[in-house]
Design a protein around this ligand. Structure first.
Ligand code: DQA
Length: 145
């Protein structure tokens, strides 16, 4: 089983950006966490981060025929990007949305998620553990297919 984990803009700034919201661990810590959870589960994983919407669309399109599923934290593009929504619909791979913070209890503008409309599940507000839940969920989902 191969999965692609995509992180959107400013996720590379973890540890520096708003630590009271996102915690003090770095992006490198997050990548290590994702790789460790996937290794425990026998899942092959690639982790991709970009600050550019088009690069994220390209990564989703490139996942077609290569990966069995996608886990995506679209970051700020969550609340704006119909292009990312359409890319997820285009490849039609099982996709799970994750957020470190709880997007439903912050500013009103964070309550809408366009990419989430093409995802089978969202895990939000659990820090790095949102990714753990997403990995376990997508593994079960892919096994059932
Ligand atoms: C985020 C939540 C988004 O609203 C925000 O723009 C981010 C990070 C999260 O993981 O909590 O950049 O996706």
């Amino acid at each position: 089983m191969r999965i692609l984990v995509i992180n959107g803009p400013n996720i590379n700034m973890l540890g520096i950006r708003e630590p009271e919201i996102y915690g003090s661990k770095t992006y490198e810590d997050l990548v290590q966490f994702i790789e460790d959870v996937c290794a425990e589960q026998g899942i092959s994983v690639s982790v991709f981060q970009s600050n550019h919407e088009g690069a994220i669309v390209d990564a989703i399109q490139g996942a077609y025929g290569v990966y069995d599923g996608i886990i995506i934290n679209p970051a700020a593009y969550t609340h704006t990007s119909i292009a990312i929504l359409d890319a997820l619909k285009a490849v039609s791979l099982p996709a799970v949305e994750v957020h470190l913070s709880d997007i439903n209890t912050r500013e009103d503008f964070r309550r809408v998620s366009y990419p989430g409309m093409a995802c089978i599940k969202t895990f939000s507000g659990m820090g790095f553990d949102s990714y753990r839940h997403a990995i376990l969920f997508i593994r079960n989902q892919i096994f059932q297919m």
